[in-house]
Ligand binder design. Structure first.
Ligand code: SAH
Ligand code: SF4
Ligand code: F3S
Length: 441
């Protein structure tokens, strides 16, 4: 039988990346081998994101590129998946002709049957219904050759409805997997050589709350901490309103829990936080970061910030800057507010002009770069445990890995160290990485 090739382009968050891994596993069972080369592929999938307008534009331009390939080769199968596919559903067909397969975030597990319908009946398949089952979440993706880390979805959806955000409409209501399923999956990953797991959910802090079975995130972490072979646990994302003292305490008590938390603040102005429906004040946020640092002084704190939310005045923006000065994040992802159809914020007037948003974003990023550089320089001379992921991209002789605090470290070392935890003395802190020297015992 002729070998078939699959090419996937992923545009979204870590959850989307994990969805793509699961798609690849399911299509491997249908005889497709993954390739990096789209020109060689028999099936081209785009896994899209809809969080901001820019993400949508990227997905459309990639789809346009792939449709040109299909014009040359009508046998090519083109699939449009992910959050934007979920949003558009069958409407995509009137915008772009001849897309073979359109499926949403709850339909990934049905990929083999959808593919069969496309291949055998040569018909267009569109599946964007929501399902209350968690079938798509539990698809086991065995680690790729040599992988050290793996994503594990612990819940799907979101019930928070922050005023700017489309995720609850595209990923459905919040639903948690059982601790047994999650622990079972992680044990299997550990047996296949995985050393680090990143637990995924839109708001992991509320894990299990709706299940009525008494499952909660802190006890889940305790169970994962006990799994042999797993050396590091990370999770993302944490909603500040649900960050409990018990969870903060885990950063002091659980050996394998990495010393890093991604805690999106979004804004430092109470007026804006309220309009965003975030459910906490700037003071409460600040207090939680202080408690985190009391429990674990070396913890790195990263965040997401949106500038130019409707009604954000110069004073509100200044309050975000003041918050950043007080907290000094290790790094942030920062965005210009992007209006999304169907969200509560769409109806808000007092839009901030694009030029103003651009100016605020630029200033804020300059400030953050200064803080990041200061944080990284402060690590010079310290010894960091680095989990070695592979050869460094820049130099063949170097290895790369991450500290517990999520910082990239490059250092010279033997390839047999890949997958191991290595003590490295940091010699230089740069803006995007650290450099160091392995300490030999
Ligand atoms: N569930 C996660 C992340 C969701 S999306 C959480 O609550 O933290 C990742 C980030 O994208 C958000 O934290 C927010 O900063 C940003 N974002 C979401 N919607 C946006 C929009 N409409 N415009 C600009 N940024 C947005
Ligand atoms: Fe979006 Fe808010 Fe849910 Fe995060 S918590 S996914 S920002 S609605
Ligand atoms: Fe984008 Fe969907 Fe993730 S909208 S950020 S891919 S949940």
């Amino acid at each position: 039988m002729k070998k078939k090739y699959l090419h996937i382009t992923t545009f979204g968050c870590q959850m989307n990346v994990h969805d793509s891994e699961q798609m690849a596993v399911l299509l491997a069972d249908c005889g497709y081998e993954q390739t990096e080369d789209s020109a060689k592929a028999d099936c081209l999938l785009i896994n899209t994101c809809s969080i901001r307008d820019k993400a949508e534009q990227k997905a459309f331009s990639e789809l346009g590129r792939l449709m040109k390939l299909k014009k040359k080769n009508p046998d090519l199968i083109v699939g449009f998946a992910g959050c934007l596919a979920q949003h558009l559903g069958a409407r995509i067909h009137s915008r772009v002709k001849n897309v073979d397969l359109v499926f949403g975030t709850h339909n990934i597990h049905r990929l083999p049957e959808m593919m069969e319908a496309v291949q055998k009946e040569r018909k267009t398949v569109t599946e964007v219904g929501f399902s209350s089952s968690l079938h798509s979440l539990g698809i086991y993706a065995p680690p790729r050759n040599g992988a050290i880390g793996a994503y594990v979805s612990i819940m799907q959806g979101c019930d928070n409805y922050c005023a700017y955000c489309v995720v609850p409409y595209l990923r459905g209501p919040e639903k948690s997997r059982t601790p047994e399923d999650i622990v079972g999956e992680i044990k299997k990953l550990a047996r296949s050589g995985i050393r680090e797991v990143t637990l995924l959910g839109q708001n992991v802090n509320s894990y299990g709350k709706k299940s009525g079975r008494g499952a909660d995130f802190v006890s889940l972490l305790g169970k994962i901490n006990a799994i042999e072979g797993i050396e590091r646990i990370r999770f993302t994302t944490s909603h500040p309103k649900d960050l409990s003292d018990e969870l903060i305490g885990c950063f002091g008590s659980l050996r394998k829990l990495c010393r890093h938390i991604h805690l999106p603040a979004q804004s430092g102005a109470n007026r804006i936080l309220k309009r965003m429906k975030r459910g906490y004040t700037a003071e409460e946020y600040l207090e939680k970061t202080e408690r985190l640092r009391r429990v674990c002084p070396e913890i790195s704190i990263t965040s997401d910030i949106i500038v130019g939310f409707p009604g954000e005045t110069g004073k509100d923006y200044q309050e975000t800057i003041d918050m950043m000065e007080k907290i000094r994040f290790d790094s942030i992802f920062s965005f210009k507010y992007s209006e999304r159809k169907g969200t509560a914020a769409e109806a808000l007037t007092e839009k901030v002009p694009e030029t103003e948003k651009r100016q605020r974003l630029k200033e804020l990023q300059i400030l953050q770069d200064r803080h990041t550089q200061e944080k990284n320089s402060a690590l010079e001379g310290s010894v960091q445990e680095v989990l070695v992921e592979g050869p460094s991209r820049n130099s063949g002789r170097e290895l790369t890995g991450r500290t517990s605090s999520w910082k990239i470290v490059n250092f010279e070392g033997h390839p047999e160290l890949i997958g191991r935890m290595v003590p490295v003395r940091i010699s230089r802190g740069y803006l995007h990485s650290l450099r160091g020297k392995q300490i030999t015992p």
